[in-house]
Design a protein around this ligand. Structure first.
Ligand SMILES: [Zn+2]
Length: 619
């Protein structure tokens, strides 16, 4: 293909994409752009296709032009890039972040500007009423400076899509197309009309700060951790088309500079939408709180650069709908933002039923509940174990994994949290293969978990978009008991909550009433209603004692322990305050108090009895 032919093809694909009817896949499109970049690096089209279309208030000159990232498609390419720039004298720390599929934007406190083309961006400040900002520790109106990606969460996509279809008779196939639809709204009157039509107060576009999710991993562990990172990032509820990997040391990253097109210290790993065929070898049924969940075990197959052995089957009804049986040939797809799933199947020569009729735990005949198969036996050990395990997770009880829980349930016939809290230290010490120290640790964790702050209990219910911070907002003016009784409209009216969270809260409060009653029955709930927020502390670096030692001390003194340094953090305890790390850099940026582990121990001295026990258990 000549350069002109290539450019023509890219232009056609680009236009059809933005018209909402993409003709080729993203991967094919990227390949074309790559070809053009190699053949004619200065082609004007390259700049043009980098920028999404918006109806803007005007163009803004960017102080520091945002340039796009270079891309790789396999782990091998990624490792090669990182090793090529890493300094020899250290194990380089990398930051791994989602690569959101939206519009890159910057808000400086006054003006919202898109990345646009090279040195100029588009002013889209008029779209602010549509947008909700999400940072690591804040969700709400865009009221503070941020750099992030403007996007539509898939959970809001369906609703928006139907409204837009009825307004303009345009069919949108993906979140990105809907986003463009919004961006093409020309004036505040149009925006108001949309808001009215949606019966929403705004906030159905999200501006996700780039620091919202960030995983740290040393280069030496990247390969081993890769699958795990992919899984964690894939589980996030955002449209994504890949992962961004960058050197964590910002000064070093900047020092690497840029090529004509890309910064050298960052790289995008693009998901490739790929399909492959395999054979269904078995279906594994795992116990959940309320049902049995099927997972397909397939003959190992290469997909998007990794080996796939398992694929989700969603629920039992899905197996029926696919008419899937063991031994069938299946088509497995790994699309960008989901875990591998089975698209279709063709009957194999020898087939065996993939559904089960009896509980693999207690052999009771299973019953259908909606699309799920459930065990109706109220004493089903495995189901009870799952429920208790969910409660343990909900209360954040340390030192209590499923294996230990299973043992406790068997040995002491414990079936509820209440029973768990009633265990004595001696009971725990009698558990098989349980050292005295483990028993003491577990006992301590259980006692701690009994004193449960109300916001932790609420956050632990796994309600979509209700984390610790939102829970604190909810509990500021209403007690936990009051919240459970509030009608949806009243929940929705609480500042910063909105109709979607309200609906989810109402649903969980109703459907999980018995589960929540059980939790409340077993804990001493600490009310935070009407009180100011607790101190939050984060730890970094290699401490003289185990990290858990400091964390439990902090909790004993009423502090919240955070994994990341955010603007609201009150204290950062650093093993070496002079060290260069992202956490320390951020803390300095926000003026967070930084102290050494020794200073921390002076503030929060370990209590006498605990220290003695620690010594005893050493012998
Ligand atoms: Zn059962």
């Amino acid at each position: 293909m000549t350069v002109d032919e290539l450019a023509l093809q890219i232009r056609q694909a680009f236009e059809s994409y933005w018209a909402g009817h993409p003709e080729i896949s993203d991967t094919q499109y990227d390949a074309l752009v790559r070809q053009l970049r190699e053949a004619a690096p200065d082609h004007p089209l390259l700049e043009e296709v980098g920028a999404p279309q918006v109806a803007a208030l005007g163009e803004v000159r960017l102080a520091a032009p945002m340039i796009s990232l270079d891309k790789v498609y396999s782990l091998a390419e990624l490792l090669k890039w990182a090793a090529g720039f890493a300094r020899q004298d250290r194990d380089e720390l990398l930051l791994v972040q989602p690569k959101y599929d939206g519009i890159s934007c910057r808000y400086d406190g006054k003006t919202l500007v898109t990345r646009g083309k090279g040195e100029t961006g588009q002013d889209i400040t008029d779209k602010l009423p549509l947008i909700e900002l999400e940072t690591a520790d804040y969700t709400g109106p865009v009221d503070r400076p941020a750099r992030g990606e403007l996007l539509i969460r898939p959970d809001r996509f369906e609703k928006l899509r139907s409204v837009i279809r009825s307004r303009s008779n345009t069919v949108y196939r993906n979140t990105r197309n809907v986003l463009t639809g919004f961006m093409m709204l020309k004036n505040s009157r149009e925006i108001e009309q949309v808001l009215l039509g949606m019966k929403m107060s705004g906030g159905f576009l999200s501006l996700v700060d780039y620091g919202r999710f960030s995983f740290e991993v040393p280069l030496s562990k990247l390969e081993a951790e890769w699958e795990n990172l992919l899984e964690r990032i894939n589980a996030l509820p955002y449209p994504m088309d890949g992962i961004v990997i960058k050197f964590a040391d910002e000064a070093f990253r900047q020092s690497l500079g840029s090529t004509a097109h890309h910064p050298r210290g960052e790289m995008a790993f693009k998901f490739v939408n790929s399909r492959s065929s395999s054979v269904l070898e078995n279906v594994e049924w795992s116990f959940g709180k309320n049902c049995l969940t099927p997972v397909a075990e397939i003959r190992p197959v290469e997909l998007g650069g990794t080996t796939i052995r398992r694929a989700t089957l969603h629920n039992a009804r899905h197996i029926q709908e696919l008419d899937l049986q063991i031994g069938d040939t299946v088509v497995v797809e790994r699309a960008g933002d989901v875990i591998p799933h089975i698209v279709s199947c063709t009957p194999g020569a020898e087939r065996r039923d993939a559904l089960i009729s009896h509980c693999p735990g207690c052999n009771t005949a299973l019953v259908w509940k909606g699309p799920e198969l459930t065990c109706p036996n109220p004493e089903c050990f495995e189901t009870l174990l799952c429920r208790l395990s969910a409660a343990v997770l909900a209360l954040d009880i340390d030192n209590l994994g499923d294996a230990t829980l299973r043992q406790i349930m068997k040995q002491y016939s414990v079936r509820s949290l209440r029973g768990l809290f009633a265990l004595s230290r001696a009971d725990l010490a009698r558990l098989e293969r349980f050292a005295e120290k483990s028993a003491a640790n577990l006992f301590e964790s259980l006692q701690q978990a009994r004193n449960c702050p109300d916001y932790r209990l609420l956050a632990a219910l796994n309600i979509p978009n209700v984390g610790v911070n939102v829970a604190k907002v909810l509990l500021k003016e209403h007690s936990f008991a009051e919240l459970r009784e509030l009608p949806e409209e009243a929940l929705s009216a609480i500042k910063g909550i909105g109709p979607e969270r309200a609906a989810a809260l109402r649903r969980v409060f109703t459907e999980e009433k018995a589960f929540i009653d059980g939790l409340l029955d077993a804990v001493d709930l600490q009310s935070s209603t009407g009180k100011s927020a607790a101190e939050t502390v984060c730890f970094t670096g290699k401490m003289p004692e185990k990290r858990s030692f400091y964390e439990s001390l902090a909790r004993e003194y009423g502090m919240e322990v955070a994994d990341q340094v955010t603007e609201s953090l009150t204290l950062l305890v650093a093993a070496d305050p002079a060290e260069q790390s992202t956490k320390l850099e951020r803390a300095k940026k926000w003026g967070t108090l930084i102290i050494s582990p020794d200073e921390f121990l002076k503030r929060c001295p370990p209590k006498e009895s605990a220290a003695q026990e620690e010594q005893l258990s050493l012998f």
